[in-house]
Design a protein around this ligand. Sequence first.
Ligand SMILES: Nc1ncnc2c1ncn2[C@@H]1O[C@H](COP(=O)(O)OP(=O)(O)O)[C@@H](O)[C@H]1O
Ligand SMILES: [Mg+2]
Length: 296
Amino acid sequence: MHDQATALRKMAIQKNPAHKGSLRVIAVTSGKGGVGKTNFTVNIALALIDMGYRVIILDGDLGLANVDIACGVTPHFTLEHLLSGEKTIEEILVYGPKGLGILPGGSGVQDLANIERANLENVIRNLGRLEGLTDILIIDTGAGLGHTVTNFLKAADDIILLTTPEPTALTDAYGMLKALSSDDPEDPEDPEDKKIKVNVVVNRVAQETDARLTFERLENAVHKFLHGSVSLLGWVYEDPSVGKAIMNQEPLAIAYPTSSAYRCIQWIAGSVSGLYLAPPRKAAGIRGFLTQLLRR
Ligand SMILES: Nc1ncnc2c1ncn2[C@@H]1O[C@H](COP(=O)(O)OP(=O)(O)O)[C@@H](O)[C@H]1O
Ligand SMILES: [Mg+2]
């Protein structure tokens, strides 16, 4: 029954002209670490798969190979092997639950923004094949204000900024928005660059009002001090199932599909699916993403 519904949704997506051609690149980020990015990324990916999309995560969290641990898979190669020409995209991709694709970044993520000319063509050819392998590429950017992170964010079609209601997380989220809106001079050829739209998710809230208050604080600061715009994409409740799932190296979507946290993430996936039907900011798929990334 479930499989049939999934198959029907897949057909609907394939028939929908909005899905033709380019894949959508979504970057998930936060000001500081530990706010729940990796958990959110893995589970929204699984929720989107249940809706009929093919999804691959690019694990850009340096050092800690978070995404594969959360999914209980062991990759052998990373983006570094692709950049050096030793491996193809198909050889570094690993598959987790529900057919979720995982591209382990390793230190290759940092290098992606600075590929040498000699390797460029090979890398673009390999990453270009992602277009045929997935509908949505979600990048778990890792935290912090490094140039790699902001470059990824600016090149992506959609940005999801995760924060918790904690003042420190909020301050760092604001810092991230500030870096995004001031980091780069405006590009006259790309008027949309001037106004980067950021979708905010408030994680670990006790109730809806916590999420709304947290978002209002961020929004007020943005309106006072920055250009750009933020919108509240959704919130996720504080839920002990999240910690339990992580301990067992099994995604929440599999271990506790009826938990309140996962139901929030499913609801957000619905909105993200709506974003998919809106015109993307760059509209140029993986090649557009790479062009943007390399131009920075
Ligand atoms: N909604 C939530 N409810 C309870 N605990 C959460 C929730 N989201 C995240 N956590 C906890 O926060 C910790 C950090 O999550 P993680 O996804 O690794 O963060 P990040 O990738 O941002 O560093 C996890 O160990 C998890 O137990
Ligand atoms: Mg992480």
